[in-house]
Design a protein around this ligand. Structure first.
Ligand code: DX5
Ligand code: ZN
Length: 233
């Protein structure tokens, strides 16, 4: 596994009174992309942002924008999000009646294709859609809110996916979303994730985005040192 960790800060935890600056700070701190959580109050019990915020984020950075749609019937909004500047669009497996059509449409719009799965959804359901996607987003909390504790029983799905993707030599990023922070980053990386969505562990009133990034790196280094000491024993 590569030593480099790739972080996708989730602006759900950002200070919205200074969103542009928060995004620029995230870029300066070395973020891989900006994760934007779209919630409709139906698929999840909360509401958040829409295409307008994606468009504002697009004007704030040249980093890729990773748009996570937690909405029912996503099909009729895909064009709007692509037009607003989304680089990747993730739809939830649980919202798809005609996923083949939905994922193909995202590709036709010129975006990278992502599929997200809820904590209760097994990896096995993805077998027919893996060839159509660039990213799989494994939810490690029930979607709808930032700052929740990770559900550790979800991590075996990351490992399962990693094995499938490696054995089939697919070029797919395994992403983890929910409860990734200093305390959990080690086990998430060990499980086989490539790209980590981090909300409150990155944007937080207690530290700057640069410090948030630093804290994540330090925590991972510490974890690796501890693991090394354990295996050396
Ligand atoms: C949750 C969202 C996450 C959220 C993560 O429904 O999909 O992207 O922002 O926030 P943290 O890292 O605070 O759990
Ligand atoms: Zn998300």
């Amino acid at each position: 596994m590569s030593d480099k960790i790739r972080i996708a800060p989730s602006i759900l935890a950002a200070d919205f009174t200074q969103l542009g600056q928060q995004i620029r700070d995230a870029q300066a701190a070395g973020a891989e992309c900006i994760h934007i959580d779209v919630m409709d109050g139906r698929f999840v019990p909360n509401m958040s942002m829409g295409p307008l915020v994606v468009e504002a984020a697009r004007r704030s950075t040249d980093l890729p924008l990773d748009v996570h749609l937690m909405i029912v019937e996503p099909d009729h909004l895909l064009d709007l999000f692509a037009k607003a500047g989304a680089s990747t669009i993730h739809v939830h497996w649980e919202t798809g009646f005609h996923l083949n059509r939905t994922l193909t449409h995202i590709r036709e719009l010129g975006c990278d294709v992502g599929i997200a799965i809820n904590p209760h959804t097994p990896v096995a359901v993805l077998s027919e859609v893996l060839p159509l996607v660039d990213k799989v987003l494994v939810m490690t909390v029930n979607p709808g809110y930032g700052g929740q504790e990770m559900i550790p029983q979800t991590l075996h799905k990351v490992t399962q996916l990693r094995e499938i993707i490696d054995s089939q030599k697919l070029a797919i990023d395994v992403m983890v979303d929910g409860g990734v922070n200093e305390a959990t980053i080690g086990e998430v990386v060990d499980a086989g994730a490539d790209l980590l969505v981090v909300g409150s562990g990155f944007f937080n009133s207690k530290f700057t985005p640069a410090q948030g990034m630093e804290r994540l790196h330090t925590a991972l280094e510490k974890h690796r040192t501890n693991q090394g000491q354990l295996t050396a024993r």
